[in-house]
Design a protein. Structure first.
Length: 128
């Protein structure tokens, strides 16, 4: 049986050859193009609009897997993490690790399936 050329594992294996250069300093420091492509691919696999999800991620984090928002009462405590700026409460509820790129994207797709764009309403004016 031939492998699906659009599967995530095939895409990852061939990414460097097809979309050079890819910048990897550490496992969570991928190029923005890599992150955008991964979001589109994962979205397509579950029937979600990849353009919308990429737009949300660009507005939430500029396609970076990092902390962005400081907690209102404690500037040393950050509440949201990753390309989709997901809070720990969602990680705990769904059991998906938001701290990895794959986990952050997978959790965002689960949230979208459950709530639509509700979890990203604060950035709606940017991605709408």
């Amino acid at each position: 049986m031939a492998s699906n050329p659009l599967s995530i594992s095939n895409w990852r294996d061939n990414y460097v050859f097809e979309k050079s250069p890819i910048t990897k300093i550490n496992p969570e420091n991928y190029s923005k193009q890599y992150i955008e492509d991964l979001i589109r691919l994962k979205s397509a696999e579950v029937g979600i609009n990849g353009d919308l999800m990429v737009s949300i991620a660009k507005c939430e984090s500029n396609l970076t897997q990092k902390w962005n928002y400081a907690h209102e009462t404690n500037p040393d405590y950050y509440t949201a993490y990753g390309v989709f700026q997901i809070i720990k409460t969602h990680q705990d509820k769904y059991g998906i690790n938001r701290m990895t790129l794959d986990g952050n994207i997978n959790l965002a797709l689960e949230l979208y399936k459950k709530n639509g764009t509700k979890d990203w309403e604060l950035s709606r004016s940017c991605w709408k």
